[in-house]
Design a protein around this ligand. Structure first.
Ligand code: GDP
Length: 591
C-alpha cells in the first residue's frame, strides 16, 4: 500500500501513539473516539487499536521486538519487568504468570476478595486447609497460574515503586457498589496510572440491597475508567466477595488483560525480583518473601538486596512446602538473609558472598558520598533534568481545600503545558497533604502542590526524608506563576528560615536622633548583627527587617549569646515596647 511503517509495542499510551504518528494527542483521541474507544492521554491502548489509529493517519503498524520496547519509553516510567527483559535474549523469553495486586478504598472488600479467591482457587495445598500468609499466593485458572500480592492497599504498591520495582502487572481496583468511588479509590487510580499498570475494576458487594452498579460506573467513567460495556477499555466485573460470586469472572478478566500485555521473562536469565515482606523469626532467623521476576532462584544462591545479603538456606512455596527452585512470578519464602530488607526492595542473585559484600560496600560508599536527596524531585532539580533531556514531564500532585477549586487549578496547570515540557497532574484531590501523597510523589518523582491546605506532620517527615518538595499556596496565581517559572527555569531556589535566637525586650530607651533602643536579654540561641530580625508582640509580627545596631554594654558587637543583655535598634522602626520578642533569623537556600 506504500504506507510508512511504524513499530508499536503490545501496549502504548495515547501520548506515545501521538508522538510516533506525529499527530496531536487530541487528533489521536478523536480517532479513538470515532472507533468507540474512550481514552485519555495517559491511557494505554493495545497494539490492534494503535494500528487502527496509525492506519487512519497513513501509517502501517508493525509489532516491535521485545528488545526495542524500552528505547522509546524512556520519557515515562519503564516498568521493572521491561528493564529486566531488556537485556535478555528475546528468543528465551516465555510467558510468565501475571502478578496482580488489589487496591481500593478501606472497607470496600479487598481482604475479603483476596481471601475468597485464595480459598476457592488456590493452586495447590490441602483443599480447604489453612495456608499461611506470606504476602503472596498463586491460583490456577484454566491451567494458567496467576500470582496475587496479598498485602492490599497502595502503601505496599507504592513502596515498591519508590524503590524502582514494579509492584504488579495488573491492578484490581475494588469498589463497593453501595459506596462508590471514594478518596482512596481515586488515590489508587492515580497510583496505578502513574505506574502505567492496567486496572480491572471489581465492583464488589453487588449482593447488597443498596448496591447501585450503574451509578458507580458513571463515577468510574468520570475518573477516566470508562467501562467496556460503554465502549471504554476498563473491564468492570460485578462481584460479591462475601458470597464468593463473580470470582471466576475476575480471574478470566485477569487472563484477558494478561494476554494483551507483554508479560514475559527468561527463566534461564539473570535472577532478579522484589522483596514482598520480611521479618525476623526467633527460631529461624530472617524470613523473607521474595517474588522472583526473572530467572530461576535456587536454594544455595547468594541473594543481594538493599543493604543486606545471604545464602539461601531453605526455600518454601506459599503453601509452606519446601522447594528447591522458583521461576518467574513465583513468590517464595527464603531463609538465610543476614538482616531484614525493606519491603519493595529489589533483589538479585550474585555469584558468591564475597562479591555481594563488595557490592554492598560500594553501595554504602556511594550513599555516603551522594547528597541525601539526590534523584528526588524539587522543582529546580526537575528543571535541570529537563534541560539535560532526562525528563520531559513535570509530574504534579495537587491537593486543594474544596472541590470547586480543583478543576480551575488543573485546567490552568494543563494550559501551562506547552513547548517541550508537559505538566502531568497525576493525582488531584481535596484534603490535606498526607503520607500517601508523599509516597506517590516519591514513586513518581513528583512535586506536591497544596492550595489552601496544609501537610500533616507524618507527610512532612516523610517528605523531608525522601526529599520530596511540598509547595503550599493560598493564591492561585502564585501557584501558577511558580510552576510557569519552573518550566522556564527561572524559579528562585527554595529557601528555608532558620532561627538563630530570641531576645526579650526588658526596657525601652528613646534617644534623640538615634531613635528607640530596646534593652534586651537574649533568652534563646543568640542575636547576630547581620541576620534578619522580626519583632513579635502578642504573637503577631509587627516588624520584619534589619538590625540597625547591636550593642553589649557600650560596645558594638557582632553577636550576643543566651543569658546576656544587649541593646538593639531596628532599621527604620521605633515602635518597641517592653515584653516584645525580637527574633534573629536567617534565610537559607536549599538545594
Ligand atoms: P478492606 O478494608 O477493603 O480489606 O475490606 P474488608 O475485606 O475488610 O471488608 C470490609 C467489610 O465489608 C467486611 O465487613 C466484609 O465482610 C464486608 N464485605 C466485603 N465484601 C463484601 C460483599 O461482597 N458483600 C457484602 N455484603 N459485604 C462485603
Amino acid at each position: 500500500m506504500g504506507e510508512k511503517q511504524i513499530e508499536f509495542p503490545v501496549q502504548i499510551t495515547v501520548r506515545d501513539l501521538a508522538q510516533r504518528t506525529q499527530a496531536s494527542p487530541i487528533q489521536v483521541i478523536k480517532i479513538l473516539m470515532s472507533n468507540g474507544v474512550m481514552a485519555n492521554i495517559n491511557q494505554m491502548v493495545d497494539f490492534d487499536t494503535a494500528a487502527i489509529v496509525a492506519s487512519e493517519l497513513g501509517f502501517e503498524a508493525v509489532p516491535e521486538s521485545a528488545k526495542d520496547i524500552t528505547a522509546v519509553e524512556e520519557q515515562g516510567e519503564i516498568p521493572l519487568w521491561r528493564k529486566l527483559i531488556m537485556d535478555e535474549d528475546p528468543s528465551k523469553l516465555i510467558n510468565r504468570p501475571a502478578v496482580v495486586t488489589i487496591l481500593g478504598h478501606v472497607d470496600h472488600g479487598k481482604t475479603t476478595l483476596l481471601d475468597a479467591i485464595r480459598h476457592t482457587n488456590v493452586a495447590s495445598g490441602e483443599a480447604g486447609g489453612i495456608t499461611q500468609h506470606i504476602g503472596a499466593y498463586q491460583v490456577m485458572q484454566k491451567g494458567r497460574l496467576i500470582t496475587f500480592l496479598d498485602t492490599p492497599g497502595h502503601a505496599a504498591f507504592t513502596a515498591m515503586r519508590a524503590r524502582g520495582a514494579q509492584g504488579a502487572d495488573i491492578v484490581i481496583l475494588v469498589v463497593a457498589a453501595d459506596d462508590g468511588v471514594m478518596p482512596q479509590t481515586r488515590e489508587a487510580i492515580a497510583h496505578a496510572k502513574a505506574a502505567r499498570v492496567p486496572i480491572i475494576v471489581a465492583l464488589n458487594k453487588i449482593d447488597k440491597a443498596d448496591a447501585n452498579p450503574d451509578f458507580v460506573k458513571h463515577q468510574l467513567a468520570e475518573n477516566g475508567l470508562v467501562p467496556d460495556e460503554w465502549d471504554g477499555n476498563t473491564i468492570v466485573v460485578p462481584v460479591s466477595a462475601k458470597q464468593k460470586k463473580g470470582l471466576e469472572d475476575i480471574l478470566e478478566a485477569i487472563l484477558l488483560v494478561s494476554d494483551s500485555l507483554d508479560i514475559r521473562a527468561n527463566p534461564e536469565g539473570k535472577v532478579i525480583g522484589t522483596v514482598i515482606e520480611a521479618q525476623v523469626d526467633k527460631a529461624r532467623g530472617v524470613i523473607a518473601t521474595l517474588l522472583v521476576q526473572n530467572g530461576t532462584l535456587q536454594t544455595g544462591d547468594t541473594v543481594l538486596t538493599g543493604e543486606t545479603c545471604g545464602k539461601i538456606r531453605a526455600m518454601f512455596d506459599f503453601n509452606g512446602k519446601k522447594i528447591k527452585s522458583a521461576g518467574p512470578s513465583t513468590p517464595v519464602q527464603v531463609l538465610g538473609l543476614a538482616s531484614v530488607p525493606p519491603a519493595g526492595e529489589i533483589f538479585q542473585v550474585v555469584p558468591n558472598e564475597k562479591e555481594a559484600r563488595a557490592i554492598l560496600a560500594e553501595r554504602q560508599a556511594q550513599k555516603a558520598a551522594a547528597p541525601a536527596v539526590a534523584g528526588k524531585a524539587t522543582l529546580e532539580q526537575l528543571f535541570e533534568k529537563f534541560q539535560a533531556g532526562e525528563v520531559r514531564e513535570l509530574p504534579l500532585i495537587v491537593k486543594v481545600d474544596v472541590q470547586g477549586s480543583l478543576e480551575p487549578i488543573i485546567n490552568s496547570l494543563n494550559d501551562l503545558s506547552k513547548g517541550e515540557i508537559k505538566i502531568n497532574v497525576i493525582h488531584a484531590e481535596t484534603g490535606n497533604i498526607s503520607e500517601n501523597d508523599i509516597m506517590l510523589a516519591t514513586a513518581s518523582k513528583a512535586i506536591v502542590l497544596g492550595f489552601n491546605v496544609s501537610a500533616d506532620q507524618a507527610a512532612r517527615n516523610l517528605a523531608e526524608q525522601e526529599g520530596v518538595s511540598i509547595r503550599l499556596y493560598d493564591i492561585i496565581y502564585r501557584l501558577l506563576e511558580d510552576i510557569e517559572k519552573a518550566l522556564k527555569g527561572m524559579l528562585e531556589p527554595e529557601t528555608r528560615e532558620v532561627q538563630v535566637g530570641q531576645a526579650q525586650v526588658r526596657a525601652v530607651f528613646k534617644i534623640n536622633k538615634v531613635g528607640t533602643i530596646a534593652g534586651c536579654r537574649v533568652i534563646q540561641g543568640e542575636v547576630r548583627r547581620n541576620t534578619r530580625i522580626r519583632l513579635i508582640r502578642n504573637g503577631t509580627a509587627l516588624f520584619d527587617g534589619e538590625i540597625a545596631s547591636l550593642k553589649h554594654e557600650k560596645d558594638d558587637v557582632k553577636e550576643v549569646r543566651q543569658g546576656f543583655e544587649c541593646g538593639i535598634s531596628l532599621k527604620g522602626y521605633n515602635d518597641i515596647s517592653e515584653g516584645d520578642l525580637l527574633e534573629s533569623y536567617i534565610i537559607e537556600k536549599l538545594g
